[in-house]
Structure formats: C-alpha cells, structure tokens
Design a binder for this molecule. Structure first.
Ligand SMILES: NC(=O)c1ccc[n+]([C@@H]2O[C@H](COP(=O)([O-])OP(=O)(O)OC[C@H]3O[C@@H](n4cnc5c(N)ncnc54)[C@H](O)[C@@H]3O)[C@@H](O)[C@H]2O)c1
Length: 312
C-alpha cells in the first residue's frame, strides 16, 4: 500500500485515477480547488477510509506526507483555460514548482500529466516523444501549451539537479464519463448536442483528425508509468493512435444517440491543430500497454453517462 496525492483529483481524469487507487488498496489524498472539477465526481469515495478530499489551490504550497504524487491539477479545455489565462499558466508553472518542492522535501516519486499540446501544430505525424513541437508562444492557447512545456522543463530540471524520481506522460485526447458537459471538447460537445436534439457544430470542414482514448485505458497507462523503474522518466505519449475525422466522429455519435440533429459548420478557431496522433511505440515497449476500448464501446459508456446527467 502506498499513500498517493492526486492533484486535480475531482476532475475528469483525476476522479477515475482516485477510483482505481482506492479500489486496489492504496491511500488517496485528493486535492482540488474545484475550478473545473466537481465534488460529485468523487462523492462515492467520501465515506471510504482510504480516501480524503482537500480543497486547495496548487499555486500555493502544500505540506502533506505521501509516498507518490500524481500532478493533474490544470484546466484542460480551451473554454476553461482561456477564461483566466494568467491563472492557467500559474496553475501549470507554480503548481509544478510547489508539487516538485513537496516531492523533494518528502522524497516522493512524482508524475506529471502533460499533454500532446506540447507538440503544438506538428510538422511530423504521428508525433514521437523526441519531436520538440511547433507551438505559438503568444497565441490564445499558449497559456496552456507553454505552461505545460515549462512544467515539463521544471520536472526535468528537478530530476537533473535534485535527482528527483519523475515521470512525464503526454496525454492525447481522452474521453469518457465525468467529462465536463460544457467544456467545448469535441466528444462531449457532439454527445450533448445530439442528446439535446440540437444541431452538431463542426469547426472548419470537419476533415481535421483526432485520436480519442477511452479513460479506462488512459488511467491504466498512468498507473503503469508510475510503477516503472526509478531511472525511467519519459516523456511518454499515451493515447489511442486510431484516427478519426471530426465528421466521422459526429456521424458515429449521431448513429449511437439517434435523433434528428443536423451537422452545421463554423469557422475553425485560431491555432487549432489539423492533425494529432500519438506514436505509442515507447508505451508499448516500456509498459507493455496499448488501448483496448474501441470507439463504439467507449462512446456508448460516455453517452449513457451524459444521458443520466442531463436527465438529473
Ligand atoms: N482529458 C484530456 O484529454 C487531457 C489531454 C491532455 C492532458 N490532460 C491533462 O490531464 C489533467 C487532467 O485533465 P482533465 O481532463 O481531467 O481536466 P479537468 O478540468 O476535468 O481536471 C482538472 C482538475 O484540476 C483542478 N484544478 C484546476 N486548477 C487547479 C488549481 N490551481 N489547484 C487545484 N486544482 C486545480 C480542477 O478543478 C479539476 O478538478 C490536466 O492536467 C490536463 O492538462 C488531459
């Protein structure tokens, strides 16, 4: 049994991670400021003897005793991180400094939830971990992309300078139950629009592609990464390499939800990457992992979740 700190633990990914850790017998301290997270995501864990929830903003120092830290605190969707871009950068950068400082003091292993956005609008496809990316440093998405890049830098400097045991995963688009219904991310957007009988909004011509990983697959990869040998740092891509156009995704959602929604087209937002696909060779080799849940099965679970949420 280990004592884990999960920052951003009341969010979409964090709450699934808390579930898995408690389920397998670990102790979990979930820390969140509830900016985009929701107590309801972890309400079922509240009475559990191995689970504790603490309201705390990671831009301020934290003094707790744990063995391992998963650092997930950060709004992940453009509508949320652009709402207060300065705070978003602070969450990534000051949050990383505070959590790394904590890890150093208590000699804890620490994992950073980084993102495929560190690759920006990539010139190579699919993206391997040795690609340095093509990121606009002054655009609307920079508070997130550059914040996450700087957090990676801090992780590697703490590793080089203080011999901290670090793990960095670069997460590609992930979906599943407990996504925020109004986060503007494409999967939740399409599902909520289809369930409410509204038209489905496609940005651009809908031919830009994304790959989508189901949350259970992703959490399994994060847990395996945390358990890798002490000297393995990553960065390591995790995501589903299966690629779909936005148009194909919209049609799939529509077919699974039913209803009469039509597809409508709007202008592509600035800096929206045209193509994004992980190369997961390193994850295959190092943690013997690849995604197992197909898009149809994952979408069915996610649609069932949103159906219940919208009916409540
Ligand atoms: N979901 C994805 O597809 C995806 C892709 C790439 C990277 N990630 C990364 O994974 C992590 C989790 O993402 P998610 O999809 O669960 O998003 P989310 O918004 O559901 O979760 C983020 C959580 O962090 C909390 N938070 C935000 N600022 C905080 C602060 N200053 N102090 C404490 N808590 C704070 C939020 O309240 C929320 O509970 C993020 O770091 C995100 O960048 C997610």
């Amino acid at each position: 049994m280990n004592r884990y700190l999960v920052t951003g633990g009341a969010g979409f990914l964090g709450s699934h991670l808390c579930d898995r850790l408690v389920e397998r017998g670990d102790d979990v301290l979930c820390v969140d400021n509830f900016f985009t997270g929701d107590k309801r995501n972890v309400a079922h864990l509240l009475g559990h003897s191995r689970f504790e929830l603490m309201r705390h903003d990671v831009t301020f120092p934290l003094y707790v005793e744990v063995d391992r830290i998963f650092n997930l605190a950060c709004p992940a969707s453009p509508v949320h991180y652009q709402h207060d871009p300065v705070q978003s950068t602070k969450t990534s950068v000051h949050g990383a400094i505070n959590m790394l400082g904590l890890a150093k003091r208590i000699k804890a292993r620490i994992l950073q939830a980084s993102t495929s956005e560190v690759y920006g609008d990539p010139e190579i496809h699919p993206q391997t971990e040795d690609y340095w990316g093509r990121v606009n440093p002054i655009g609307m998405r920079s508070c997130y992309d550059e914040g996450k890049r700087c957090a990676e830098t801090l992780f590697f400097d703490y590793h080089r300078q203080h011999r901290l045991e670090i793990k960095v995963v670069r997460i590609f688009n992930t979906y599943g139950p407990r996504m925020h219904p109004h986060d503007g991310r494409v999967v939740s957007n399409f599902i909520v629009q289809a369930l409410q009988g509204q038209d489905i909004t496609i940005y651009g011509d809908g031919l830009q592609t994304r790959s989508f990983c189901y949350v259970d697959d992703l959490i399994e990869a994060m847990l395996r990464m945390m358990d890798t040998d002490a000297d393995f740092t990553g960065p390591m891509n995790i995501g589903n390499p299966g690629e779909f156009t936005m148009l194909a995704l919209a049609e799939k959602v529509l077919a699974l939800v039913g209803g009469r929604s039509k597809l409508i087209y709007e202008k592509l937002p600035a800096d929206d990457p045209k193509q994004r696909q992980p190369d997961i060779s390193l994850a295959r080799k190092t943690i013997d992992w690849e995604p197992k849940v197909g898009l149809d099965d994952g979408l069915k679970e996610t649609i069932a979740y949103f159906r219940k949420l919208l009916a409540a």
